[in-house]
Design a binder for this molecule. Structure first.
Ligand code: TYM
Length: 365
């Protein structure tokens, strides 16, 4: 089984994120005066998207789409870094599935740019230019690299280089903010370091981005084990680990009702363990209710009541997403047209940034 990048304590991870200079909360970003921020974010089309991906990323993108200039990318080149897991036909189908889930989650393809990373070649070109100014030591330090390479006999160069491709994604579009879950903050910090080093060596070419993480939902934990982050790799081998966005109602019910909570039968918030806190966080995130109100509703009640409320909130959210997904999936020509338009719009901007970087480095015509 692939090791999970998030075996570490969630509390330690959260406080690191809160302290990071590279992170803004949604509230800080909304309060910041000035022009509409430019947003870039993406999801890797490997495995099935789950509730963590939705709450940490897609839901936030959709909620704030009207306040920002957004580029949402399906990052298929990132899904190539473990070649043993690549099945070309599945990858192509998954890229479409993820794009359709963006739209089904409410992202408007007219006002936002939605595209697939490999359709815009500038991503790979800028990766090379950034590779040459990125010290290897920075890449060896990445938590995700350490956990994903652990125990493998052979590791691709791409797995190590993965965060440089991510930096290229972000820097190509003069991005101000990158809305992500907590686990991606380290990569955004590295993106800033890479940009700063390049700018220092070759002149001001890149804008420095910040990550923005939601107050709740930035780190959804596994239903079967609330000590580890909900992840696609665990979900592949553990039946009750995650709720996937395209699961049917019966399966969602099984997963949520079997969630690990605490010993004891009644909810006491001052003693709530990670399983209960995870369920409360999911509920808060799905209903947008303040945590006090959510807690007041369940204080002294049984865990079964809390699980039922979480189940209802999940079903209410995912049913319409599933229905819209089916409509997009039934019309592949329309989806392809959306993605082709998105790639054209993205390419125009990406080409300008690559031209700046080439000229600063003395390559190209
Ligand atoms: P990926 O595909 O692993 O995850 C996509 C987004 O979902 C968030 N997420 C979670 N949030 C809360 N709780 C969870 N359990 C959870 N699991 C996943 C992730 O934080 C992420 O925001 N390297 C990136 C993809 C990427 C990217 C980019 C993102 C490539 N280039 C440029 C932003 C900008 C990744 O693998 O995400």
């Amino acid at each position: 089984m692939e090791p999970n990048p998030d075996a570490a304590s969630s509390d330690a991870a959260s406080s690191d994120v809160e302290r990071s200079e590279a992170v803004l909360s949604e509230a800080e970003l909304s309060a910041a005066a000035g022009a509409r921020p430019r947003v870039f974010s993406g999801v890797q089309p490997s495995g099935d998207l789950h509730l963590g991906t939705y709450l940490g990323a897609l839901r936030q993108w959709a909620l704030h789409q009207d306040e920002r200039d957004n580029i949402f990318c399906v990052v298929d080149l990132h899904a190539l870094t473990v070649p043993e897991d690549v099945d070309p036909r599945t990858l192509r189908a998954k890229s479409r599935e993820v794009a359709a889930l963006y739209l089904a989650s409410g992202i408007d393809p007219e006002t936002n740019i939605v595209f697939v990373q490999s359709h815009v070649r500038e991503h790979t070109e800028l990766t090379w230019l950034l590779n040459c100014t990125t010290p290897l030591g920075w890449l060896y330090r990445m938590t995700q690299f350490k956990s994903k390479s652990e125990g493998r006999e052979s590791v691709s160069t791409g797995l190590l280089d993965y965060p440089v491709l991510q930096a290229a994604d972000i820097l190509l579009y003069d991005t101000d903010v990158v809305p992500v879950g907590e686990d991606q903050v380290q990569h955004v910090e590295l993106t800033r370091d890479i940009a700063q080093r390049f700018n220092h060596l070759f002149g001001e070419v890149f804008r420095l981005p910040k990550a923005v993480v939601p107050k709740s939902g930035a780190r959804v934990m596994g239903f079967d084990d609330p000590e580890v982050k909900m992840s696609k790799s665990y979900a592949r081998v553990r039946d009750r680990h995650a709720v996937h966005l395209l699961d049917d109602d019966a399966r969602i019910k099984k997963t949520v009702m079997s969630a690990v909570t605490d010993s004891g039968r009644e909810l006491r918030f001052e003693h709530a363990g990670p399983g209960v806190r995870n369920l409360l966080g999911i509920l808060q995130s799905l209903t947008d209710e303040p945590m006090d109100a959510v807690q007041a509703r369940f204080e002294g009640k049984g865990y079964g009541d809390l699980k039922k409320a979480v189940l209802e909130a999940i079903l209410e959210t995912l049913r319409p997403i599933r229905a819209r997904y089916r409509e997009y999936a039934a019309d592949p020509a329309e989806l392809d047209a959306v993605l082709a338009r998105g790639a054209d719009r993205a390419r125009e901007q990406a080409a300008r940034t690559v031209a700046r970087a080439r000229s600063a480095l003395g390559v190209g015509t």
